[in-house]
Design a protein around this ligand. Sequence first.
Ligand code: AMP
Ligand code: MN
Ligand code: MN
Length: 324
Amino acid sequence: MTENLIKQRIDRAQHIGVTAHIRPDGDAIGSVLGLGLSLMAAGKQVEMVLKDGVSNSFRHLAGTDQIKRSFSTECDLYIVVDCSDLKRTGGVLQGKTVGIVIDHHITNEQFAELNLIEPTSVATCAILAQNLPAWGFPITPDAARALLTGILSDSIGFRTSNTTSTSLRIAADLMDLGANISDLYNKALINRSFAATNYWGYALARLQHEDNLVWTALTLQDRANAGYTGNDDADLTNILSSIDPLDIAVLFVEQKADLTKVSWRARYGLDISGLAASFGGGGHPAAAGAEIAGSLDVVQKLVLEATRNYLDTAKVIDNTESNS
Ligand code: AMP
Ligand code: MN
Ligand code: MN
């Protein structure tokens, strides 16, 4: 079984590199920390790397000060977590062989020698929490805080439809290991800076919809105006996905004059991961994203057109199913 092979592979390694995807979210950061800190506690030498570093909203987690933006030495094993394809690590593994991938994206390209992919899992942190003790790596209190943070942020506080009783049991076990859920919940999902809240305002002021398709955009100018220092959407997608009724919410975030980040959020019953994959991205049925070459205006037109087409097809399938 893959789990046993992973245990053997980690046992054999002494110097281990751990990384995740660019613009890391709570699950990417929590997975790097949860795995990294547990391996260190067991005496392994570990390098934790995230190409884009750690945003201020997760700096309260112990160990974030040890996360670097590139590998400084050669490791004998590289593990990638919460990342569906090699390119999304941001080039930090160029010329290296990936030994292990642990992930929950349905679109994972299985690019390592050993691939542990569980698409039904609520977060990569949940997969780690379930396996680390069996692999012989006890979860320290700091690792438990990191892992619970990942579960909370990917499930948006246990609100996504893939939240199961197992997700809650894993979270309860992490609480028993020292993680304070209300504190971590507030820090991961509720608290945000004045600048981030102001940044949202620009996008909310130009919110648009056609029936239950909702969209808006964040420009580089908005980021500068608000004084927001991150290069992400400051979790605005969580607000867009709370609009009711909703089929799909799309957020466009200008990255450069010719590069646009797109985030889709869909209601239960739709699957927008294929639509994101058709633009070179990926994700989950209800939450997916892509980085698309092109200006904000051009990408917005293209993506809205494709999303309308997807919705038209999905509605036909919906009707056929309800008639049968
Ligand atoms: P986001 O819209 O960035 O919050 O991402 C939603 C989901 O899609 C997350 O699980 C991401 O990991 C995944 N995702 C976002 N962008 C990409 C991409 N360019 N390639 C593959 N997966 C992505
Ligand atoms: Mn992630
Ligand atoms: Mn994840």
